[in-house]
Write a protein that binds this ligand. Sequence first.
Ligand code: SF4
Length: 677
Amino acid sequence: MVAVSEPFTLARQRPESRRPSTTLLRKLMTSLWPRIEPLLAQVQKPARYIGCEDGAQVPAHAPGKVAWLLVYPDAYEVGLPNQGLQILYEILNERGDALAERSYAPWVDMERLMRHRGIPLFSVDAHRPASDFDVLGFGISAELVYTNVLNCIDLAGVPVRAAERGPEHPLVVAGGHCAFNPEPLADFVDAFVIGDGEEVVGDMTEVIRGWKASGRTAGSREAVLRELAQVTGVYVPSLYDVEYDGPFLRAVVPRYADVPEVVEKRTIADLADWPYPKRQLVPLTEVVHDRLNVEIFRGCTRGCRFCQAGMITRPVRERPADQVRTMVTDGLRRTGYDEVSLTSLSSADFSGIDGVVAGIINEPANCGQVSLSLPSLRVDAFTVGIATEIQKVRRTGLTFAPEAGTWRLRQVINKLIREEDLYGAVESAYSQGWRRVKLYFMTGLPTETDEDTLGIARLARRCVEIGRRHTRGASVTASVGGFVPKPHTPFQWFGQNGVPELLRKVNLLRNDLRRERAVQLRWHDPKATLAEGIASRGDRRIGAVIEEVWRRGGTFQEWTEHFDLSLWEDAMASRGLSVEWYVTRHRRDDEVLPWDHVRAGLHRDFLWQDWQDALREHGIPDCRWTPCYDCGVCTGYGIEHVVASPTPPAGGSQGTGQDLSRGDAVPVALLPVGGRA
Ligand code: SF4
């Protein structure tokens, strides 16, 4: 798989938490299960299609309820832990006028059998066919799953193009970070949700309930979409015309006066109002991130210029520390997990992190040993606080993300980690018993020189030297991914490196490190980086490319064994579209961008200024603790940062960017709980 940077992990679980649900018999009587079950012996990982997880629900369908099928367009083991889907699943099932079941993209072996036997896309909860639902709701967090979205729509028995659907078909809705540039999927999706989904799914349910009650008559589909377009945070692409000026976009214009020119993102003001998931799903089989996950805050203001998630989720909204502790304690007790991840974009920045960690350690209800993961560590927080308390039992690898090999380039990307910070953290890790450090980097960043690229090798070597002072077996894994500029970031105007240039840089590193056996170099396939670049900043014309890739069999494109760049290049060529124009070309300041009519709250002027600051190698601080520089989010939406503690965490006040890891949760240690080391 191209994008997965972390191996599957299995947390130990109490056997009772893996018991199948008692609802199985009921499901057998009402579902496609009798047709699905005989296929399971013929496919890999049959547990992908069984459901029955602890926490799964089999809601009763009724004419007065809007039925949502929440679809994660990737394999079950990747989609099951998705927090966004689980949150909406619970929120919808708590409503009296809605219900939700789940579905995941069937793996290629299962899809083949389903098509052969005429079995449509089905829910894993009650194994109902997709046609039993009013809404197919996709959560999309990566561009390379776009072809899987089309495949799932088709498997559901629904025309893939929105324009060909009638009142008998469910509405196709999509949300997630990729919805912030909805245009590549605009021809296939009826309505996008931009931003947080907790409130908006309720608003949409009310509109759709009215449509359903009216009998979904002929011609009513456009009417319900017009109504949905009035909901803040909902974008209905079929209600907009796209105008071009040669290859350039001139405008995306609403076709009706009551349709908003610009769609503002939806933001929930207070995470405390949404303590979900309350009943996290416990799978019957191996999945990624198999542990209790508790979201401790949303949003990030570190200002890393490459990071779309940080930009589009502002402002910071921390969950109250008491609520975090309660969710952890209740969740551990209910699920039987012995591992918990406190999730966010930068968990060490949570203003109450020390207290939360101490609370988990000292909570008598958490009897036994509980493993704690933080998805992001800052070097100071790691060294002086948390790690000393939680490092005593299990010492596997630690992951840090300097992202770039030199201080100069880290200033460009606003990841302001100084070498002494990194080396201090690495020294601390090895001295406390870790034997392996994993470093994340990107290559192909704006202004990157060969000196910057080789700086990756230099940092990795130095970390090994530090490690050898403490352990002979010290090793470093350096993972290098090709940089893809993302919409709504200061780098949205930057021309991505092409495949030859990325390969040249990877080879530069391979040659430099070929004699250093203690450094393992890993890199993402530059070809996959290119395909991601096509979809990431594409306009509506890229929809035809995605459709052609799908029609030629290109599903599961984020999986190494299925990815095929030639499908993308051929589809671009057949549509007369230039890969260079979409991917490696720098954009001008005055160019209309395909996502300009979708607003994440950030002033375009702010992003452009930040881009210019990047080119001047000038960093900016974390506005949580320093004066506002008016990016537009708080002022525009009238929402301020919500922090659990009025004082910043140690080392967090200056925004000096000592944030050393990113994205994926990183198991850091075992918490000895209840006095047992
Ligand atoms: S509006 Fe100001 S305080 Fe809020 S995220 Fe933007 S820069 Fe930070």
